[in-house]
Write a protein that binds this ligand. Structure first.
Ligand SMILES: [Zn+2]
Length: 263
């Protein structure tokens, strides 16, 4: 009989990997073999007959494609398993056993070390508007986690009074982008721009420029002219709006370079 301590990792996408590297402040006890930048799903102990038996059990649970070491060939979302130790006769000495209930299916889960499968800080910020309650959720599997996330994201509508961080990639689903207009009310001058993110981010950037300094914000009117769907051509739509509004009011357009370029 063999007692194996192991961890299951999911290969992180580039963005998550960068975040994880940043957060790995010296806890990389096993990082030379397990790559701290990837997502640790689970650390556990398993009693089996042999290493081969161990691999069979893991494959039965996570699928035949699970790898037993990290390699650069693995793609984001792929799983791999790292054996940390064998002949671990006293697991309780090293790990605290944690029992919890899956927040989706209600299954009882026993695990050593860590908190089971849960949303990372990054996910809580990006998927759940940084509402900390979601950081407490626990799941028996990545499948339950994914189903839960999908369900919550659809019904989650933070009320207007609640302040939370918004990030650029929150409103990019199914859109190629947005065409917007900023008008100086006092002079009637206007600028037409395009952005693949919600215009509010672009407006914030304009307020850092000489053309629309924040000091003049009482004079500015911000409008969205068009939501360009995924199937649309944002460059063409941008050009269309710039030229149309220029023709109506040539002396007020602040898009000089763009119009000259189009001629
Ligand atoms: Zn579950």
């Amino acid at each position: 009989m063999l007692e194996v301590i192991y961890r299951i990792y999911e290969v992180a996408d580039e963005e998550t990997a960068a975040k994880n590297r940043e957060n790995d402040c010296g806890f990389g006890l096993f990082s030379s073999t397990s790559k701290a930048e990837n997502i640790e799903l689970l650390m556990d102990c398993l009693i089996c007959d042999s290493r081969e038996h161990f691999k069979e059990i893991i494959k039965a649970e996570y699928g035949d494609n699970i790898a037993f070491r990290y390699s650069k060939k693995l793609k984001p979302g792929d799983l791999y398993c790292i054996i940390i130790g064998e002949h671990c006769y006293n697991a309780e000495r090293y790990f605290n056993k944690v029992t919890f209930t899956c927040d989706l299916c209600g299954a009882t889960v026993e695990t050593y070390y860590g908190r089971g499968i849960y949303f990372s800080d990054y996910e809580v910020r990006n998927s759940f508007y940084n509402i900390q309650e979601y950081a407490e959720r626990r799941f028996c599997s990545n499948k339950c986690k994914a189903v839960f996330e999908d369900r919550e994201r659809h019904k989650l509508k933070p009320d207007d009074e609640q302040e939370f961080y918004i990030q650029r990639d929150m409103f990019t689903e199914n859109v190629a982008g947005y065409i917007y207009k900023i008008t100086k009310k006092s002079s009637g001058e206007f600028y037409v721009g395009q952005t693949k993110y919600a215009p509010v981010f672009r407006w914030g950037q304009h307020l850092k420029t000489k053309r629309f300094p924040i000091g003049g914000i009482l004079d500015y009117e911000f409008e969205t002219l068009e939501i360009v769907p995924k199937t649309g051509n944002i460059l063409e739509r941008g050009k269309y709006w710039i030229q149309t509004l220029y023709k109506e009011n040539p002396e007020k357009s602040l898009n000089i370079a763009c119009i000259k370029g189009a001629e």
